[in-house]
Design a protein around this ligand. Structure first.
Ligand code: FER
Length: 247
């Protein structure tokens, strides 16, 4: 494992690179956590190891305001994450050992995966949105995020959540995002993975994504919640099977 920082216009993004044993040249998958998440979460480590076992190197990167990266949580926005992810993609494209590039993200990182998939349509052999939180822009427009109601026209300066808060700019930015446009733009293979009893991201959104993408496969892990607790083996098998078929 190599640990380092990727520069994004002066913001340091904490990253770790894990390569499969003995590989000289191999594919690489960028892996991104969710809202309030980080790269050491169990479902991310499981994903990383499954990919390594399938012969794929994994570049885990933490986005603005999360994990060991620069920035304050309350000041993060999806635009900042998009800019960060573009810097990580640019970094990955320069790595000599990389044959093909993949992108995978969980929850808000899954939403990001759908956005970056469309924006960098020529760069990825496939994308893997896991439990992708693509309802966030819709919820932001309706006036309820994380169960907190607000006036969607006259936005609050901050949204109190748990023991912290999110800057109003998070909402302002989320309201402008139209994921369907980026779904349209991406024509490559998509593996959507979702927990059968995820109560954070509604199944209806993931089913709609599976229909709208031109080339998508949806794997539902029965009985799994948002972070696949107790079902990590099925998550690993789903990922391994997907790569074994193509790498
Ligand atoms: C929300 C529901 C889910 C939300 C964020 C999420 C900011 C993200 C979840 C995740 O990334 O795990 O209303 O609002």
């Amino acid at each position: 494992m190599e640990e380092f920082y990727i520069d994004c216009d002066g913001i340091k993004l904490h990253a770790k690179l894990d390569k499969p044993e003995g590989a000289e040249k191999c594919p690489l998958c960028i892996l991104i956590h969710g809202f309030t998440g980080h790269m050491e979460e169990e479902h991310l480590i499981t994903t990383q190891k499954a990919m390594n076992e399938a012969g794929v190197a994994v570049l885990r990167a933490e986005m603005y305001g999360h994990g060991g990266s620069d920035g304050e949580f309350r000041k993060h926005t999806l635009y900042k994450w998009v800019t960060n992810a573009l810097a990580v993609v640019a970094y990955a494209k320069k790595l000599d050992f990389v044959t093909d590039l993949y992108l995978c993200g969980h929850s808000q990182g899954g939403l990001l995966t759908m956005l970056i998939g469309g924006m960098c349509r020529d760069d990825f052999k496939a994308i893997i949105p896991m439990s992708p939180a693509w309802m966030i822009p819709d919820y932001a427009r309706k006036g309820n995020l994380l169960g907190v109601d607000y006036d969607p026209v006259h936005l609050p300066e901050e949204l109190p959540i748990w023991d912290t808060a999110l800057d109003g700019d998070y909402i302002r930015v989320a309201q402008t995002i139209h994921v369907e446009d980026e779904i349209d733009r991406y024509e490559g293979p998509v593996l959507l993975i979702h927990g059968g009893i995820d109560d954070v991201v509604p199944m209806a959104y993931v089913e709609k994504a599976a229909k709208l993408y031109k080339n998508a496969k949806l794997v539902v892990v029965p009985g799994a919640h948002h972070c696949y607790d107790g079902h990590l083996e099925e998550l690993a098998d789903t990922i391994k099977n997907f790569f074994m078929e193509r790498v």
